[in-house]
Design a protein around this ligand. Structure first.
Ligand code: CUA
Length: 300
């Protein structure tokens, strides 16, 4: 799919352009042809019955135009609702206020806000929501589909070009809806496989120094109640899985670049950056905050 929608869109744009030119042309012609000339006395127009042939014409023409648009549209709706090819990469996408969770059940990967896909291979998405209605939309790659709680919608497309594609939740879902963004990374098969191997491992095997102190704070403090980090006792599933948070380019649903300063700001007081953020501000000493940031940075 994807191209089906694009081709249909271009067809309708052209059809609409033809209608626009014909209708506006007739309008401009009429305005010029029947304008008031010098010497004409203004007065009420002569009343006359309508033109039967014209009336039938402009009733039938829109019916015809709608039929021409409707037939390929309905065909595309059925084509895009068909099941994805069997060898598709399966991804569960779960919407949260205001971030994206991605699960690759076949690959045993759970990540957030950064969706990796191999080029040239169909990806099939099972869409749902953890709270309110969201909408999955990667403008450059495919269609748009709503995500509901307690219901799974499917959408699939085949990315054809390696690249980095921004995407955005397309259904108003609360005060930070505008910040519910993600990044779609379309990679060569080799790069994607390397990413998969990285993600399947634990984030950090040997943690030393400040990061070691941060790991203990993370596990004992409130962080572990909401976040999971593979290979540790942190198994919360309220917030994003942080197993490889250090490898992501941005945090807070693509809101901030993943730098130590931004990470510190985010951990200390995320609602100050993202209104309504469900992660409460943390009362941490400077040293504790720095340790936790060092730990998160180490989770590549
Ligand atoms: Cu989620 Cu808008």
């Amino acid at each position: 799919m994807g191209w089906d929608i694009q081709n249909l869109f271009m067809f309708i744009v052209v059809a609409a352009a033809v209608v626009f030119v014909v209708v506006e042309g007739a309008l401009v012609y009429t305005v010029l042809r029947y304008r008031r000339r010098p010497g004409q006395v203004p007065g009420p127009p002569v009343g006359r019955h309508g033109n039967t042939r014209l009336e039938i014409g402009w009733t039938l023409l829109p019916v015809l135009v709608l039929a021409v648009v409707a037939v390929p549209t309905v065909g595309t709706i059925f084509a895009t609702a068909a099941p994805a090819p069997r060898n598709a990469v399966q991804v569960q996408v779960i919407g949260h206020q205001w971030w994206w969770e991605f699960r690759y059940p076949g690959l045993r990967i759970v990540t957030a806000n950064e969706l990796h896909l191999p080029v040239g291979r169909t990806a099939n998405f099972a869409l749902s929501s953890d709270d309110v209605i969201h909408s999955f939309w990667v403008p450059a790659l495919g269609g748009k589909r709503d995500m509901f709680p307690n219901h799974v919608n499917n959408i699939w497309f085949t990315p054809s070009t390696v690249g980095d594609y921004p995407a955005q939740c397309a259904e108003f879902c609360g005060e930070s809806h505008g910040y519910m963004q993600m990044r779609v990374v379309v990679q060569t098969t080799a790069d994607f496989d390397a990413w998969v191997r990285d993600q399947q491992g634990v984030g950090a095997t040997v943690v030393t120094g400040d990061a070691h102190r941060g790991a203990a704070l993370f596990a004992q403090g409130t962080c572990a109640g909401c976040h999971a980090i593979a290979g540790t006792t942190a198994v919360g599933n309220v917030g994003p899985n942080l197993t490889h948070v250090g490898s992501r380019s941005a945090i807070g649903g693509q809101l901030l670049d993943n730098t130590p300063a931004n990470l510190a700001l985010w951990v200390a007081n995320s609602p100050s950056a993202k209104p309504g953020s469900h992660m409460p501000a943390q009362a941490l000493s400077k040293r504790d905050l720095a340790s936790i940031v060092a730990y998160l940075r180490s989770l590549k």
